[in-house]
Design a protein around this ligand. Structure first.
Ligand SMILES: NC(=O)c1ccc[n+]([C@@H]2O[C@H](COP(=O)([O-])OP(=O)(O)OC[C@H]3O[C@@H](n4cnc5c(N)ncnc54)[C@H](OP(=O)(O)O)[C@@H]3O)[C@@H](O)[C@H]2O)c1
Length: 348
């Protein structure tokens, strides 16, 4: 493990140079890795593991499109593709990659197959951190570990195929065998991570729930809409409001911001933009910080987890969700987006 300096703070990270693929293969040479679930993370992680030369099987409920997708990806029923129960029986490492709600439902099947010395692996700290609410309480004689790729399973796969790697966090909740560290790092390298940084199940889920509700999705939609509405209320056309709010951000600024950082953006824009951005970043920060703190509290108390568990278990969950998504899709801002995208030269 290497110590790296992140803006003045030292952290433990593991790189592929330090823990090469050959070492990962050696650590896991006697293991059968059962990847349970073939949604988004399932395909990315299982295919990368397979291509990296590990002994992998997939566990997926039969009879649906997802089973067919696994077959189409080369998993062979009865050889490398099984129903969930059988895959859990065969696996010495169970990678639990169902949706968070399904993990609660299917837990009794997984639990009965967790014989001593096996490892239970997650890609999210949700089930374990909120175990009193989810009922996911593993036996004491198995390892409980986590590798959480910081991005979609689709990106994990495409970046692997491009010879790149998505960074992941890793954590150990329970080390029953004394091999949890080697197992978790070997799996992290095997699924195609770039570098691995250390976390705990709790910190992983707190930061993940805050991020998706905050700057990654919830807050950004709130921010963009507030600006779009203000421009529209003051007589600006949809085209102008959208271009100044979203299009310029995603098409022109984001790639530069991703490559060089926001500090570079501030140093490399017009003096007018620079003065205004420096003056207004403070008021925006001060207005948003209390909402962010409120959000973090709601995550920490388990309130956000409970809302998610309760809403997922309602019989009309899908219909209500679809209605909310329809309203967002049909809003003026995102309908304007459809037209603006069509007008992009590359789409003409
Ligand atoms: N999405 C991401 O890229 C991402 C990123 C980082 C971490 N994670 C974490 O990775 C884990 C997996 O997430 P995901 O997004 O890949 O999951 P997902 O796509 O939502 O999972 C769908 C899988 O769960 C199965 N499933 C759903 N309900 C089921 C039930 N009642 N019984 C049995 N199987 C059921 C589905 O089978 P059917 O198709 O047959 O319903 C499918 O195999 C989660 O812990 C998530 O937080 C996800």
């Amino acid at each position: 493990m290497a110590q790296m300096n992140f803006g003045g703070v030292m952290e433990n990270v593991v790189t592929r140079e330090e823990f090469p693929l050959e070492k990962a293969r050696e650590v896991l040479k006697d293991e059968t890795i059962a990847v349970i679930g073939y949604g988004v993370q399932g395909p990315g992680q299982s295919l990368n593991l397979r291509d990296n030369g590990f002994n992998v099987i997939v566990g997926q409920r039969k009879g649906g499109k997802t089973w067919e997708k696994a077959v189409a990806d080369g998993w062979v029923p009865g050889e490398t593709l099984f129903d969930i129960d059988e895959a859990c029986q065969r696996g010495t490492i169970i990678q639990y990659l169902l949706s968070d709600a399904a993990q609660i439902e299917v837990w009794p099947t997984v639990k009965k197959n967790l014989t001593p010395g096996k490892a239970l692996y997650f890609s999210h700290g949700f089930g374990i951190t909120y175990k009193e609410r989810t009922g996911i309480i593993p036996p004491a004689d198995v390892d409980v570990i986590l590798v959480a790729p910081k991005g979609s399973g689709t990106s994990l796969r495409t970046m692997f195929l491009e010879g790149r790697g998505l960074n992941s966090s890793y954590a150990i909740f329970q080390d029953a065998t004394g091999r949890a560290y080697d197992r978790v790092i070997a799996l992290g390298i095997g699924v195609g991570s770039g570098y691995l940084f250390e976390t705990t199940f709790k910190r992983e889920v707190y930061s993940d729930l805050t991020g998706e509700r905050g700057s990654l999705m919830g807050a950004i939609q709130g921010l963009l809409l507030a600006q779009y509405e203000t421009l529209r209320e003051n007589g600006h056309t949809p085209s102008e409001a959208f271009n100044e709010t979203v299009e310029e951000l995603t098409q022109s600024l984001m790639p530069l911001f991703a490559k060089n950082g926001m500090d570079w953006m501030y140093a490399n824009c017009s003096t007018t933009a620079q003065r205004g951005a420096l003056d207004w970043m403070g008021p925006f920060h001060d207005a948003i910080k209390p909402v962010m703190q409120q959000l973090y509290e709601s995550v920490k108390t388990g309130n956000e987890a409970q809302i998610s568990i309760d809403s997922n278990s309602q019989p009309d969950y899908r219909e209500k969700l679809n209605e909310e998504l329809r309203q967002l899709r049909e809003s003026e801002m995102w309908q304007t987006a459809v037209t603006v995208r069509k007008l992009r030269p590359e789409n003409n």
